[in-house]
Ligand binder design. Structure first.
Ligand code: SAH
Length: 348
């Protein structure tokens, strides 16, 4: 069955015309979908039409199965999809608004050694509408509307590698940005990749002013290969070249994610090499202490050592910050909540 949230307004108009539904009805249905309302709640659509739609489409392809609220007010959602699969999302509160972290795949096949999303491999990629529906539903349950959105920012940093699902992710971004859709500015969207170079370049060519974040985690290719299998395919030199190209095309400062893992990437030598790597182009380094995943056996760099790492970078005039850890008490790291759900269900 087709998912209504996958269509933009003109595509939906065309699709519903096949059922002899007029343009104005397509516009009404489109609004309901953006509000996260299922067929039964579409009060200005007559019953016959609603039944027709029900037989042929899925409106909003997911809903919230579990919601956890952290001491710091971070919310974590476990979404259940219409096919029974589960994915997760995190909502973080900042002074400027609310940022929703969305998943782009069910599981992940990149295999990063510290990440929980990849423990059970990739189940499948999400469609554009399944990604958008995470925003729609989170907005709805936080009291947001289309005109007055509660979700102001989106980060594609949940489970999955966005560029391993390139077409659907690009369609999602365009639909989320569409003025007749949720109308979210590209500047309020960040996409994080583990470094798929050809897709980074193709994405740059689209010239969308989206913030690109690259998961680096070590300035050395050899160490990177040990913690991120994708490093066997693309070198750091190729990644930084693609990052520069992205900056030239979009004029957006590129951000490097650097998860600090004890004894793996947190030495003085690492900091120096990292500084050399980013010298001379507009970038920023986001340090985050590892959120330990029990199956992985890796430890976070201690707080004082992380602080020293930051100071070393600052001394070398590198723009860097340590990201606050949020929602640690509620399985905040990618994939942790889904895994505990899968484990529990397997026990049953
Ligand atoms: N696949 C994409 C996006 C998902 S992960 C990517 O690799 O960028 C979003 C960020 O969280 C990445 O930088 C990732 O490396 C990091 N991350 C994953 N698990 C983590 C953990 N347990 N602790 C800290 N950071 C983690």
């Amino acid at each position: 069955m087709k998912i209504l949230a996958d269509f933009n307004l003109s595509e939906l108009t065309e699709e519903l015309a096949k059922f002899n539904l007029p343009k104005y009805k397509a516009a009404q249905v489109f609004k309901w979908v953006l509000r996260g309302v299922d067929f039964d709640g579409m009060t200005d659509i007559d019953k016959n039409t609603r039944n027709l739609l029900k037989q042929n489409f899925i409106a909003v392809p997911l809903d919230i199965e579990t919601k956890l609220v952290s001491k710091d007010k971070t919310q974590k959602y476990l979404y259940k999809l219409y096919d029974g699969n589960v994915i997760e999302g995190v909502l973080m509160n900042y002074k400027y608004g609310k940022t929703l972290c969305v998943s782009t795949q069910i599981g992940c096949r990149m295999g990063c050694k510290f990440c929980a999303s990849t423990l059970n491999g990739l189940v499948r990629s999400l469609t554009a509408g399944e990604i958008l529906a995470q925003v729609i539903v989170a907005n709805r349950i936080n009291g947001g509307t289309i005109e007055k959105r509660e979700i102001t920012n989106i980060v594609l940093m949940g489970s999955g590698e966005p560029f391993d699902n390139y077409e659907n992710v690009v369609k999602f971004l365009k639909n989320a940005n569409a003025p007749e859709g949720l109308n979210i500015s590209y500047r309020n969207i960040s996409l994080s990749t583990c470094g798929l170079v050809p897709e980074m370049k193709a994405f740059a060519d689209l010239e969308l002013p989206i913030n690109l974040t690259i998961s680096l985690h070590s300035p050395y290719d050899e160490r990177r290969k040990e913690i991120m299998p994708i490093a066997n395919k693309y070198s750091i030199a190729e990644i930084t070249q693609a990052a520069k190209y992205y900056f030239e095309k979009t004029k957006r400062r590129v951000i490097f994610e650097y998860t600090l893992i004890e004894g793996q990437n947190d030495s003085e030598k690492d900091a120096r090499r990292l500084a050399e790597l980013v010298r001379g182009f507009s970038s920023h380094i986001n340090l985050i202490r590892l959120n330990p995943v029990k199956e992985r056996g890796l430890k976070a760099t201690k707080e004082d050592k992380a602080q020293k790492f930051l100071e070393m970078l600052e001394k070398m005039n590198v723009s860097a910050t340590i990201r606050r850890q949020m929602g640690v008490d509620i399985n905040g790291a990618c994939g942790q909540l889904r895994n505990s759900y899968l484990e529990k269900n397997a026990e049953r």
